[in-house]
Design a protein around this ligand. Structure first.
Ligand code: ATR
Length: 303
């Protein structure tokens, strides 16, 4: 068995007792989760290793069932598996069921349980920033997979949600699902081209969340087509993008004196929640965040 001088296991010290975690994605090469989770494992000195698995979409069923056979403790799921995996699990938490997506699977003694930690990942940094959600208006840009987790989470927190999407029908479907799950008319929606309604909603909102990919590297110069004059100092602007660390939207928000947050914390907190489920241990948040930032900086240097 390989151990470091301080008696902790190095991430390279694989032994017969090493427990395996991982991420299934396609592509998986750019995932920051291996770096983040292996940093957590190293910081705690526990006998785990977290590996990337390139799993084709059509193989997700047998791949996920293999956890039970191989004794793999758990995996994260990223594009394109989050929705497709549901029928292959033994149990899915009510939250993941409502969102319709699973990002974390735990092999609990052979039973495969699906969780969605994106909601808690989204929420934890907001709470840490002191943002109040109950009875407050929130504008959410986008209606894709990320928006689904965000909107359900906001509804559970008692917020009033305005969903704004380029394809309005998609926002309407999401609003209907959120209202059905919440049991109240928590969400309304309109198209991104309805700039008058959007400016009005932004003026009354305390939180604006960008869940779209607009402004994400390598398209750093893009900004979501929203009425920027409606940004105001009382607005908290949360962009789920973490590369670049400051999108054009966040820069514009800073210029009017709005508080801002990027997606690094959400990435760390959704990973931390998964780590807690798999290991039962308190995740070292600082080590995880440092690993993410280190890898983002390295990725940007090599571009
Ligand atoms: P994710 O799982 O990351 O949310 P997704 O499900 O593909 O990814 O959703 C991407 C979101 O970004 C959608 O809301 C998409 O709008 P449409 O539903 O109209 O496709 C939005 N989006 C992507 N590119 C956009 C662009 N150039 N302008 C406006 N919205 C855009």
């Amino acid at each position: 068995m390989y151990r470091q001088n301080d008696g902790k296991y190095s991430t390279l010290s694989i032994s017969g007792r090493t427990k395996i975690l991982g991420v299934f994605g396609y592509p998986v090469e750019h995932s920051l989760s291996p770096a983040m989770h292996n940093a957590a494992i190293a910081a705690l000195g526990i006998p785990f290793a977290y590996l990337p698995f390139s799993v084709r979409p059509e193989d997700i069923g047998p791949a996920i069932r293999s956890l039970a056979i191989l004794g793999i403790i758990g995996v994260n799921l990223t594009i394109p598996h989050k929705e497709r995996v549901l029928p292959f699990l033994d149990e899915v938490t009510p939250e993941a069921q409502a969102v319709g997506a699973v990002n974390t699977v735990h092999n609990d003694g052979g039973r495969l349980i699906g969780y969605n930690t994106d909601g808690v990942g989204f929420l934890a940094p907001l709470k840490a920033s002191g943002v109040t959600l109950y009875d407050r208006q929130v504008v959410v840009l986008g209606a894709g997979g990320a928006a689904r987790s965000v909107a359900h989470c906001l509804a559970r927190e008692g917020a009033w949600i305005v969903l704004v999407n380029r394809t309005p029908e998609r926002a309407a479907r999401l609003a209907e699902a959120v209202n059905g799950a919440a049991g109240r008319a928590a969400a309304r929606c309109f198209g991104l081209d309805d700039t008058g309604a959007l400016a009005d909603a932004m003026a009354k909102a305390e939180l604006l969340v960008n869940t779209t990919s607009v402004g994400m590297s390598p398209h750093d110069e893009e900004i979501p087509p929203i009425p920027l004059h409606a940004l105001h100092p009382g607005l908290f602007v949360y962009d789920l993008i973490y590369n670049p660390v400051k999108t054009k939207l966040l820069l514009a928000a800073e210029q009017v004196g709005a508080r801002t947050l990027n997606g690094v914390q959400m990435l760390v907190r959704q990973g931390a929640a998964a780590f807690r489920i798999w290991t039962g241990m308190e995740p070292p948040l600082d080590a995880m965040e440092q690993a993410v930032n280190r890898h983002l900086e390295a990725a940007n240097r090599s571009e």
